[in-house]
Ligand binder design. Structure first.
Ligand code: HBI
Ligand code: FE
Length: 294
């Protein structure tokens, strides 16, 4: 099962005011069991991610002193993060509407769920919790290029909100920030937080014969549906964060015009004639399972 399900239980509010969603982390309220849950998840992932996560992730996990000892204190962590890239972590109760989410990112504030999953949810949780958000997302915010990309994404989100193209932009987020793979001199590595925080998907995304692995193409990604309830049938591979930033650091108005003029939606498992395929998956994993795409 994938780590969490995207969706928006709090609704698509169109208020521009994100402050109403920010809460105190309440670090003192975590119980010994909560910290213990963090420790179990942390140690399992740290082991699985050796040779699978990109170096930028592993190195920054250490640089930010995110350890198995306890759930990080956002205020402490933010001091270090701010000094490195200007990003900080703020606490939210769960998924928040798109616009405040984008606004926070545009100001280099990363909203992280403050709660941690229960012991019976170690492998699967619907809403992003502190393990997914902190362990999965925060280390890369210390990478200068990725940090720039996410800020630019937030700004792009605010423009997409005006164009009515949030769906296209959300797919870009999904296939990069959440489920992205990167080609490196050492081989294909994980940088997407949805994979990094899921033991099962870390192995599946890189080693299983089932999923397609395709070179990243901006327009293609924006037209591709994704699975919210299970592992991805397709992963897109970038060459570097620099490539990702350069290809996406632009005003998407022209692209949105094209997408609106000739609307297309590719299935989450579809392979196209002009895809730059790294490998075509067998889709054996998803065959026979109940489908739902978004
Ligand atoms: N809220 N807390 C939180 N975390 C997210 O990742 C998130 C969100 N709200 C909206 C949202 N993501 C998405 O719609 C973005 O994809 C595009
Ligand atoms: Fe996430």
């Amino acid at each position: 099962m994938s780590e969490y399900v995207s969706g928006n239980p709090m609704g698509h509010g169109d208020t521009g005011d994100y402050t109403q969603y920010i809460i105190d982390q309440g670090w003192k309220n975590y119980t010994a069991e909560d910290h213990g849950t963090w420790k179990i998840l942390y140690n399992k992932q740290k082991e699985i991610l050796k040779g699978r996560a990109c170096d930028e992730f592993m190195d920054n996990l250490d640089r930010l002193k995110i350890s198995d000892a306890q759930i990080p204190d956002f205020k402490e962590l933010s001091k270090t993060l701010k000094s490195l890239t200007g990003w900080e972590v703020v606490a939210v109760p769960g998924l928040i509407p798109d616009l405040p989410f984008f606004q926070l990112l545009s100001e280099r504030k990363f909203p992280a769920g403050n709660f941690i999953r229960r012991r019976d949810q170690l492998d699967y949780i619907e809403e992003p919790d502190v393990f997914h958000d902190l362990f999965g997302h925060v280390p890369l915010l210390a990478d200068p290029t990725f940090a720039d990309y996410l800020e630019a994404y937030g700004k792009g989100g605010m423009r997409a909100h005006e164009h009515g193209t949030i769906k296209n932009l959300a797919r870009l987020y999904w296939y990069t920030v959440e489920f992205g793979l990167m080609n490196t001199p050492k081989g294909v590595r994980i940088y997407g937080a949805g994979i990094l925080s899921s033991g099962g998907e870390s192995v599946f995304a890189l080693e299983d014969q089932s999923p397609n692995r395709i070179k990243f193409d901006l327009k293609r990604v924006m037209q591709t549906a994704y699975r919210v309830d299970d592992y991805q049938p397709t992963y897109f591979i970038i060459d570097s964060f620099k490539q990702l930033f350069e290809e996406t650091y632009q005003d998407f108005s022209g692209l949105y015009k094209e997408l609106k003029a000739a609307p297309k939606e590719f299935g989450a498992d579809q392979v196209l004639a002009d895809d730059h395929l790294i490998n075509e998956g067998t889709q054996s994993y998803h065959r026979g399972r109940v489908k739902s795409a978004s």
